[in-house]
Ligand binder design. Structure first.
Ligand code: ZN
Length: 379
């Protein structure tokens, strides 16, 4: 269904060839469907709605021959599978879960000073302060209590409810990656055929001065219509010792013209099934360098997704996990990939083609990164 063609093509090639400079036509990959909406109204992710052209400054080298070091990852900690949410919350010194409703799904809320999470028995879908995300495993009712898989507690609940607030690292160096470029055009607008690569670049160029004003040192993986492999995009972040990495994309579900909304991806934690596989083998046990940042990846993704939804009123398709995206796998820093609407949807394509809208997207990203994370309930 999804045809963010460039991601698909380049991810496919990078996955198998460990980096490519060109993206020739690749065979269509089988697509796995995202989980269907449970229909639980309390888990409805739809959030009600709430420039100037910067100069091009810097071109990255066309080809970077950087050998990415692969840090030795410590062995994963043993994970308890099913644990009572009440018992976990007590261990975190936060309030016990509260039953909200039993129809259509038995739904609970659990809160800390950071915010409120809503979860339902038998549903992967959950919300954090109103922003959707996907659990790895559906909560179960065991002996009358809501129980969660240990990986969800460690990788989803703890970073938001119990963990320290998101900090952006000490160096405040960020790499912004406008998706696609050159022959790798990405998807195209259903309205007039304009390419995704053009809009991602413009979005990135608008983000840069906003972040620089806020004290960030910003590098773009490309500042013109340059073709760049996924591995070189990661290498650029390595070269500049970036503390964060954001990859910018727009989506497509062509020929479906109705699908709409924003998604933000981060790497799937080891041991957990992915939200999206696009037909690739989703080997749960796989670990990548970026898995060291599971908590920060997720905090960052939730924060950015939330800011984008607030700025645009777009439909919330949730924070999702994927394992196949080459631009996320090899990162030695928190890294996310944003899909900010569907170029296959006429209404969203019209917005994406609007410079004012892209400025709004840029300001939302800048707003999400404005604080060091020491404020409450904003992630
Ligand atoms: Zn894309």
């Amino acid at each position: 269904m999804f045809k963010c063609a460039g991601i698909l093509l380049c991810a496919a090639l990078a996955f198998f060839l460990a980096g490519c400079a060109t993206a020739p036509d690749a065979p269509e990959q089988p697509i796995s469907s995202p989980p269907a909406n449970s229909g639980n109204p309390s888990l409805n992710w739809s959030v009600p709605g709430t420039g100037s052209k910067p100069a091009v400054k810097l071109n990255p080298p066309a080809i970077l021959h950087t050998n990415l070091s692969s840090p030795v990852l410590p062995p994963p900690a043993p994970v308890l599978t099913w644990t009572s949410l009440k018992r976990w919350a007590a261990g975190q010194n936060i309030g016990a879960p509260r039953l909200l409703t039993t129809t259509p799904l038995t739904t609970y809320a659990v809160s800390s000073v950071n915010g409120t999470m809503i979860l339902a028995i038998g549903s992967h879908e959950a919300t954090w302060n109103g922003t959707g995300f996907n659990l790895g495993f559906e909560p179960e009712l065991i002996d009358g209590e809501i129980c969660l898989h240990g990986l969800d507690l460690a990788k989803n609940l703890e970073p938001l409810l119990g963990g320290p607030p998101l900090a952006f690292g000490t160096n405040r160096v960020i790499v912004i990656d406008p998706g696609h470029g050159g022959l790798n055009s990405g998807t195209h607008s259903v309205l007039d055929g304009r390419f995704e690569k053009e809009f991602t670049l413009d979005w990135a160029l608008r983000i840069r001065p906003l972040l620089e004003t806020n004290g960030w040192t910003v590098y773009l993986t490309r500042t013109n219509d340059l073709e760049l492999s996924l591995s070189n995009r990661v290498a650029l972040a390595e070269l500049h010792h970036a503390g964060l990495f954001l990859s910018l994309h727009f989506n497509s579900a062509a020929p479906d013209r109705n699908q709409a909304g924003f998604e933000t991806y981060c790497l799937t934690p080891s041991g957990m099934p992915s939200t999206l596989t696009r037909g690739y083998a989703d080997l749960w046990a796989e670990r990548f360098p970026n898995n060291r940042f599971d908590a920060q990846n997720f905090q960052l993704a939730v924060r950015v997704q939330r800011a984008l939804l607030h700025a645009t009123g777009a439909e919330d398709r949730g924070v999702r996990r994927a394992r196949f995206m080459g631009v996320l796998q090899g990162q030695n820093r928190p890294a996310i990939l944003i899909e900010a609407g569907y170029l296959s949807n006429p209404a969203e394509a019209e917005q994406i083609e609007s410079a004012a809208h892209r400025q709004k997207l840029a300001e939302a990203v800048a707003a999400a990164l404005r604080h060091r994370g020491d404020e409450k309930s904003d992630n």
